[in-house]
Design a protein around this ligand. Structure first.
Ligand SMILES: [Zn+2]
Length: 170
């Protein structure tokens, strides 16, 4: 496994619409890329990463989250071609950061709950009902696949303290 280089703004790959993973691309090689992205996310450290953030313009994301205090167990996802098929009417504001926009935080409104469909890197179909922070991370990562950054959606953006940044980087 390898830690990949994370690109930052204004790298143009971050503004490109990423390519769908084609049927013949599913398999061990795509799984290896997902593992490298997980290593990269953990090394950053962050709670999510999209392939364009490592300069690969493909529709692949990884998300890892847990919150012992809130009783949310450890969850790790690698999803190819993720697509949001349901959003809750309830929307919530929350503070986000981004590994590709170091040092900045912003307040972003997201759907509280979503359903995402996609496939694992080996090609198994996935359907995920997500809520709260995990749903927010998925929306942030799927935005990356469409060339959208959290600063496009934020109502307020500010410079983070290091402590704040570690909690929110995606
Ligand atoms: Zn990001």
């Amino acid at each position: 496994m390898a830690v990949l280089e994370i690109v930052t703004v204004p790298h143009p790959v971050l503004r490109r619409k990423a390519e769908p993973i084609r049927d013949e691309e599913f398999g061990p090689e795509l799984e290896r890329l997902a593992h490298d992205m997980i290593e990269t996310m953990r090394a950053a450290p962050g709670v999510g990463l999209a392939a364009p953030q490592v300069n690969i313009s493909k529709r692949l994301i990884v998300v890892e989250y847990e919150d012992e205090e809130e009783g949310i167990p450890h969850q790790l996802y690698a999803v190819a071609n993720p697509r949001i098929v349901r959003v809750s009417p309830r929307r919530v504001w929350g503070v986000e950061g981004c590994l590709s926009i170091p040092g900045m935080l912003g307040e972003v409104e997201r759907a509280y709950a979503i359903t995402v469909v996609g496939r694992t890197p080996l090609g198994q179909p996935l359907r995920l009902d997500l809520e709260g922070w995990v749903a927010r991370i998925f929306q942030h990562e799927i935005d990356h696949l469409n060339g959208i950054l959290f600063t496009d959606r934020a109502r307020r953006v500010w410079r983070a303290s290091e402590e704040e940044e570690a909690l929110t980087a995606v």
